[in-house]
Structures are given as C-alpha cells and as structure tokens.
Design a binder for this molecule. Structure first.
Ligand code: ZN
Length: 54
C-alpha cells in the first residue's frame, strides 16, 4: 500500500483543465500541457473515507 505522490492532479488556473502529475512531469517545463500556462494548482482527488457507524 503506497501513499506516494501518485494520483495527484493539477488544474490550470487559466483554462481550467486538469492534468495528471505524470503528464506534467514528463515535459521539460512545469506548465499546462493544454495552453502552456505556468500556474497550476494542486487538486487532490476525493479520498473515500470509510467511517464506521456506531
Ligand atoms: Zn491551461
């Protein structure tokens, strides 16, 4: 079970499209692969938490 950096998604604040961490890190520059904007915000996919009902 790994809780590493996998599954992290970045969203471009300009065009609003999301890209996976792998698709961005594979490029020479850290920027949006869709429009080339350099400011991306990190989006964590919703974590499903199982809460035990008492
Ligand atoms: Zn963009």
């Amino acid at each position: 079970m790994s809780t590493g950096g996998e599954g992290i998604v970045y969203r471009c604040i300009r065009c609003g499209k999301t890209s996976s961490y792998e698709s961005i890190i594979g490029m020479p520059d850290f920027k949006c692969p869709h429009c080339g904007y350099r400011i991306l915000e990190k989006v964590r996919p919703p974590v499903v938490k199982r809460v035990k009902a008492r």
